[in-house]
Design a binder for this molecule. Sequence first.
Ligand code: ATP
Length: 295
Amino acid sequence: MNTVAIILNPNAGNKKLMNQMEEIETELKETFSNVKIYQTKQEGDGAKYVEKLASSVDLIIGAGGDGTIFELVNALAPLQERPAFAILPGGTCNDFSRTIGINQEPLLAAKQIKEKKIKQIDIGTFNHQYFLNFWGIGLISKVSEQMDKNSKKLGKMSYYIQASKLIFQNEVFHLKIESDDSTYDDDAVMVVIGNGSFLGGVQSFFPQANIQDGLLDVLIIKQASMQNFWTWLQSQVNDDYPDKKNEEIVYFRTNSLKIEAQPIQKIDCDGELIDETPSTISILPQHLTMLVGDV
Ligand SMILES: Nc1ncnc2c1ncn2[C@@H]1O[C@H](COP(=O)(O)OP(=O)(O)OP(=O)(O)O)[C@@H](O)[C@H]1O
């Protein structure tokens, strides 16, 4: 593993990553003989770089926030031959980098990447889109919808401020889920399907998510559960979560499922609003070779 392309969004987050790039490049060059930085100028540039570079590099390092990582993963995942992938966290939440134990200090993350600790990682897919962290409808996508660049500057707290504003609106939809492992046909206010264990910067929804088990974690929140759910979210999850005896929270694991909602719901995928229901979601087991940190 010698040839490395760093695809960098210079405007991600608070530009902390951008300001440390020289130092990071020097650090990486101690281990990798050929390191080049490619700066994106706008949305779509990251994907173009992946298409151009994937067949000629051993490792692509995504340097930016979750939006940049989402774009790069969506360009890498459909390729037949995929170089290894790593993350230098530079955004607000950096959810998947946390799941794979990458330090949130970019220079320390670079030191971890130098260790070349490799894992084959599952990724989720639906309608030719791919996700590392989560697929969600209901409350979760409403929070994303109302987040703008200004509120993002507040960092991950802004997710919770938005969520707490919306949580009592409790907009119910009718949900139908079919999978080999479970079915559901009832009202709900939110569905979150997880691959990674972090969401909005905290290890809240799926603390025991395993990114190599070929399974998606499916969490359905029914209407009456919002108060419980919020209490639970604040209490930051204990080991026996989710308690399957709790009738207000439905939880199961599966490798694929079909979801319909009435009225149609917007889909939030790794923090990006990109599609609408219905959707058939599945997992691509150990599809991506990633350099991980302390996991
Ligand atoms: N040079 C650039 N200037 C502005 N936007 C860019 C640039 N390069 C890429 N983008 C786009 O900006 C969007 C947001 O980027 P990214 O997620 O990396 O940063 P962020 O929004 O600050 O972080 P987070 O998503 O964690 O809050 C992405 O969709 C990305 O494609």
